[in-house]
Design a binder for this molecule. Sequence first.
Ligand code: FAD
Length: 400
Amino acid sequence: MNNKPVLIIGAGISGLALCLVLIKNGYPAILFEKEEEIDQPGAGINISPNGNAVLFQLGIKDKILNTADKPATIQLKTYKRGFTISKQNLNDDSERLFSYPYLQMQRKEIINILIEEINNFDPNIIRTDHSFESFSENDKSVLVHFNNQKSFEGSIVVGCDGINSTVRKIILPKSENKFSGIIAWRGLVDMENLSKKTQSLSSTVWMGKNSHFVHYPIKKNKFLNFIGTLRSDKWESNSWHQIGEKEELRNDYKDWHTTVKEIIDNTDMIYKWGLFENKSLPSWISKRSVIIGDAAHPMSPSYGQGANTALEDSILLYRSIIHFKNNPEFALKKFQKNRKLRTQKIQKASKLNTKLFHLNNPILRMIIYSGMYVLSNLMPFILIKSKWIYKYNAFKIKLK
Ligand SMILES: Cc1cc2nc3c(=O)[nH]c(=O)nc-3n(C[C@H](O)[C@H](O)[C@H](O)COP(=O)(O)OP(=O)(O)OC[C@H]3O[C@@H](n4cnc5c(N)ncnc54)[C@H](O)[C@@H]3O)c2cc1C
């Protein structure tokens, strides 16, 4: 690596984490964000032990714990009668099995903490109002161009620009996101507006026919965050900003348990978006460019791994860069080699979770739910099933 900066496109979770780990370890970096102000909406986000392994080792453990909620339990329920199929300890077991907690928080809280850390280090590193347009590369460097006519030279360019990545379109002009046939509703409800019974619920997943509904408290129990997904033939925008109609949401969940209906009735701002996928891409890299996070491997939210895999990527990319600092092209290849299989597996597992939460066939539902009921009385099966995901420590895993 020469002494030119790493140019990072996008101030989402992957871009900010990559920037922080680089500058903390003495590597120059500049981060470009297209928005004028980084004040994105975004509701709740799950940070599982593998994500917290990154955040804590980045030195922001206390700040994260000061804002995040630590759900004591997770429960799975049937959508109509509210029968509890499984109720398990989440955090005691998570810390015992994986050394890190399972947290739930608002996306913008993580973003704000990461920005604060970077700005404390040097307030000129993050450049807002810079929308990436294109780059050219040669054996020595990369030249990156923005919509405001500015250009910057760097050692490599990293596309952390999310599901609609422009960097990806340059590396792989033919790749296109495809609507997955599933739409998602999300919203926040002021806890004070809910009944005591609903307020007391920890992380809860209601499983229905072709749809599910998840909710959990965030902001130290001040708000309840929900996300509901269901099958739809109708194509929806994949923008996180698209406002949804309450009547439509009510109608989608009209046969559900009163708790779900109570949550919907008390929501003020509702967002609706289409879930898009981009099957395993043939490559994430060119000579001096790479995509990470949602740009490289968008996934269904049913395993809550979008942000966590983005955090893992940022550390594995940083480690590849420093390990092969004299050969950036090789560093990018190593990064890809170390991350592709795992993220493909997690993409598949997320899709499978959606299927499990959306079981349509009543006989299959009865068999699977009974199995889950029995298992959950024997062991913390949700954590054990997810062990291969949660035990991953991006700072420690051996580079292949
Ligand atoms: C506004 C928003 C709200 C979200 N809300 C939730 C939520 O409530 N729950 C949840 O589980 N997940 C949410 N996510 C997704 C979640 O953050 C990601 O799945 C995960 O964190 C992976 O992050 P990422 O860094 O790869 O990309 P993202 O977090 O999507 O970040 C991409 C960043 O790149 C910027 N960008 C895009 N194009 C350009 C360009 N051409 N030039 C410069 N910058 C560019 C975007 O403005 C954004 O800041 C949200 C994402 C966004 C963008």
